[in-house]
Design a protein around this ligand. Structure first.
Ligand SMILES: Nc1ncnc2c1ncn2[C@@H]1O[C@H](COP(=O)(O)OP(=O)(O)O)[C@@H](O)[C@H]1O
Ligand SMILES: [Mg+2]
Length: 383
């Protein structure tokens, strides 16, 4: 997959920008605050979801654009599995909108789509950002989000499932907090939680199994050793049961567990059991130690390994088209060997990787395998 044109309007620090591109990887350089991450974020909006910063859409509107233009837009021409496609997404502040009510709009080849989910037939975007540097040492919630984003590309319905579960769980928590004794209502919610919960656990297990197998194969086979092979596994009650028992049984057990733990959950002010408590375990293969014990650079290398393996899975599912890869500040924490190893892997993958850095010299090993853009406060020059 490759973008051949990218257009931004009123997006973050960009008033308007148009880039014509080749399908080679792209290197973006510029000082802090030049707009490198903003540009990657704009590309991430071409996929369903909230993009690589998970920012509210309203935050993306360029500040200082005036009260009449509470709107941003990103459009692109893409070469992908469906041939050449024009993608467009925009957001209008509902309070300033005239007519259609505002919100997010998605167009594919000029045709307005019912939902942003339609984009996933055409484009896949994955990313690695500096905020993920703490993924292995930070809260489990971040790893779960990372995991669920991985799962999404195996199973496009996964996002809806997770949202449903969380919504129903919040409703049950609220009822319990109010001391409700409406057993029928609670049972109904718990039934929905059990159904969604088991589907979440099953989708996660399937995706992690597939990814783990690929990581083991490619990792151990790789002579280069730029990226250590990685062992990944799931830690979670439902995920463990799902590999041992028929799904209907796990669902029934979880439903009963919820019903029996109402008092406990009410006292705790939250639901103590379920897929929202699961975690992704990552182990440095050659060393056999948990990722959280690894050095910062080693952790980065493990993450890169997972992201590259994931990209290979997507490529296989997408008729040989690797996803767009957004690698923000990618050279930070990677030594020269690993950096050059990464460049080679990206070429092998055939991905249009978008890499940012403050210093052009970090990318010199790429030579003419990449195209180079220099950014300066909302404007871009080729060099
Ligand atoms: N909604 C917005 N409107 C205008 N400028 C913004 C908006 N959001 C962020 N910025 C500006 O964008 C700049 C940061 O851009 P960023 O892409 O993160 O820089 P970097 O090149 O370091 O990655 C900051 O100067 C910030 O003030
Ligand atoms: Mg940045």
């Amino acid at each position: 997959m490759a973008l051949t044109r990218l257009t931004l309007s009123q997006f973050r620090n960009y008033e308007s920008l148009r880039l014509d591109l080749e399908s080679r990887p792209v290197v973006l350089t510029g000082a802090n605050g030049a707009g490198k991450t903003n540009l990657l974020e704009a590309i991430s909006m071409l996929a369903p979801g909230r993009g690589l910063r998970s920012a509210p859409f309203a935050e993306l509107v360029r500040a200082g654009g005036g009260a009449t233009s509470r709107q941003w837009g990103v459009a692109a021409e893409l070469i992908g599995p469906q041939g050449e496609t024009r993608l467009g997404t925009s957001w209008t502040d509902p309070e300033y909108s005239t007519g259609n009510g505002g919100g997010r709009q998605v167009k594919i080849d000029g045709v307005l789509q019912k939902s942003s989910g339609a984009l996933s037939r055409h484009v896949r975007v994955t990313w690695l950002t500096p905020s993920m540097d703490r993924l292995f040492t930070g809260p489990a919630a971040d790893r779960r989000r990372f995991l669920d984003r991985l799962v999404l590309s195996f199973d496009p319905d996964h996002g809806t499932r997770v949202q449903t579960f969380e919504k129903v769980m919040r409703e049950r928590n609220r009822l319990l907090e109010q001391g409700s004794s409406n057993a029928a209502w609670l049972s109904g919610l718990e039934q929905q939680m059990a159904e969604a919960g088991i589907a979440i656990a099953a989708a996660r297990s399937a995706a992690v199994n597939e990814l783990a197998a690929l990581l083991a194969r490619t990792g151990k086979a790789s002579e280069s050793g730029h990226f250590p092979w990685v062992e990944i596994s799931l830690e979670g009650e439902l995920e463990r049961q799902i590999s041992e028992l028929p799904a209907v049984e796990v669902e029934e057990k979880y439903r009963r567990m919820l019903a029996e733990s109402r008092a406990q959950d009410a006292a705790a002010g939250r639901t103590l059991h379920g897929p929202h408590r699961s975690d992704l375990n990552v182990v440095h293969g050659p060393k056999g130690i948990a990722a959280s014990y690894c050095s910062t650079g080693e952790q980065k290398a493990l993450l890169v390994g997972i992201v590259l393996a994931h990209a290979r899975v997507i490529r296989a599912a997408f008729e040989g088209f690797a996803p767009l890869l957004l690698l923000d500040e990618i050279s930070a924490h990677l030594d020269e060997n690993r950096r050059n190893g990464l460049f080679d892997e990206l070429m092998e993958l055939g991905a249009q990787a978008w890499m940012t850095g403050t210093d052009l010299s970090l990318f010199s090993a790429l030579g003419d395998r990449a195209q180079y853009l220099a950014m300066d406060d909302g404007s871009v020059k080729r060099n």
